[in-house]
Design a protein around this ligand. Sequence first.
Ligand SMILES: Cc1cc2nc3c(=O)[nH]c(=O)nc-3n(C[C@H](O)[C@H](O)[C@H](O)COP(=O)(O)O)c2cc1C
Length: 178
Amino acid sequence: MSKIKITLLMNFLELTKRRYSARNYSSDMVEQEKLDYILECARLAPSAVNYQPWHFFVIKSDKQKQLVQHSYPRDWFAGAPLYIIVCVDSAVAWVRKSDNKNHSDVDAAIATEHICLAAAEQGIGSCWVCNFDADILKQNLHLSPTQYPVAIVSLGYVKQLPEKSSPRKDLTEIVSIL
Ligand SMILES: Cc1cc2nc3c(=O)[nH]c(=O)nc-3n(C[C@H](O)[C@H](O)[C@H](O)COP(=O)(O)O)c2cc1C
């Protein structure tokens, strides 16, 4: 994924193959129109009962970026020019009555993947990160007691494509036809 503008017509399989966890960013900022496009794709994600329990924090300023990096201290992560933090409010999300399951994580995961796929389509690398210190983010973002961060997505142009893609299980291992 280079910054050179390439117009590609991709089918969905090609797009899913194009997305991967990018951990090697150039300092070039993602253009506002691409960021707007990515956020629009997140906004249009489906959610249980259409409750849309999410909030997206776009982290651009140096001060806020340092706070986010403090929650996940990794050199590669600190090199990303931009982050989107996907938060949800468990008090807003749908709860299934039969077993009381709150669906906020499910809703957030869909929106997060929309972000990653939209970024890939726009030639922007992304990495979905969950191994952060949630308390640091909750404090810095002033989240309410029912709100919590689900994922940080690092975004940026990548310096170098990985040599090989991450392996996946074979369909025969993960599909049962009953
Ligand atoms: C829910 C979730 C949490 C993840 N958390 C992290 C993380 O904290 N740090 C990281 O470097 N990658 C993280 N990843 C990226 C995965 O390691 C990666 O998606 C997986 O190894 C497959 O590789 P690929 O994305 O390149 O296809 C996460 C991915 C998902 C879906």
